[in-house]
Design a protein. Structure first.
Length: 280
């Protein structure tokens, strides 16, 4: 699946100097946890789609509304069944609300076995598929694998921490470990993180894990992790400089990749190189 991601000015947007006001001292590690699965009820209507199976908490936090349309953002390439169990994937989507506040949606997608009672011809799988012969003129039930996504929504930008949290929840669920999933999810909302200051803080979801958060020294400076180095490694110095000049002169830039995570990392890197300029 090839994916395109547009990086450029939105309508009525302007390139401006960005100065952040003083933020709160502490913030929730995560605001929402959502399980999104393949909608079997709409499977026969043509293109597959997803639906929210579970959401925690069920009511919106005051001042932080639940982002609409997460079932679409967690599967940018569309909801499709597969004949094979694909390896889990992780990527982050950044949503911007009406107040220009960012919400980081970390998504871990895996595949679960299901029985397709409509036969193999109704499978919406990637790639070319061999036609299976029908025995005695009867359509045999086909085992297929449906995507399911675990999503963490947060105002904090900690992709590797969220990857670890979602990976832990996934492992407990798949391996049927003796840890209550409700408790693991609840700890995501209980744990408070310093917004800035450069401090380190250990926390646990309650499954024998130990995770370390390193807060940024300043909440106005971009945190790049390895994104800038990867951008130069993947595109080369000359191409990155051309992209940088194109963005500064308000040209449109289109990233193309088969990896959702690489698209997000490329945008993170290019935005960091633009600092202190920022699209709003």
């Amino acid at each position: 699946c090839q994916t395109w991601l547009f990086f450029g000015r939105r309508k009525n947007a302007e390139l401006c100097w960005y100065f952040s006001g003083k933020a709160a001292d502490m913030a929730r590690l995560a605001d929402y946890f959502t399980v999104v699965g393949y909608d079997q009820e709409k499977a026969g209507s043509g293109e597959g789609c997803g639906k929210i199976i579970q959401r925690f908490p069920k009511k919106d936090w005051e001042g932080t509304a639940f982002p609409q349309g997460v079932e679409m953002f967690c599967q940018p390439g569309g909801w499709r069944l597969s004949r094979e169990r694909k390896a889990p994937t992780f990527f982050t989507v950044v949503l911007t609300d009406i107040d220009s506040d960012r919400h980081y949606c970390s998504c871990l997608t895996f595949y679960e076995a299901e029985v397709n009672l409509q036969g193999s011809k109704s499978i919406e799988a990637d790639g070319d598929e061999d036609e299976e012969a029908e025995e005695d003129g009867l359509i045999q039930p086909a085992q297929v694998f449906a995507p399911k996504s675990l999503i963490l929504v947060s105002r904090l930008d900690y992709p590797e921490i969220f990857r670890g949290c979602l990976g832990l929840i996934y492992t407990v669920y798949i391996d049927n470990l003796n840890f209550p999933l409700e408790g693991l999810v609840a700890n995501l909302f209980i744990f408070q993180v310093p917004v800035a200051g450069g401090s380190q803080k250990l926390f646990s979801l309650g499954a024998g894990d130990r995770q370390l958060i390193q807060t940024p020294l300043n909440d106005t400076l971009p945190v790049t992790y390895k994104s800038v180095a990867l951008l130069f490694q993947q595109l080369g110095i000359q191409n990155v400089l051309s992209l940088f000049c194109a963005v500064l002169t308000e040209h449109k830039v289109l990233f193309h990749s088969s990896s959702y995570q690489r698209l997000g990392e490329a945008c993170r890197a290019l935005e960091a190189l633009m600092f202190p300029l920022r699209y709003r």
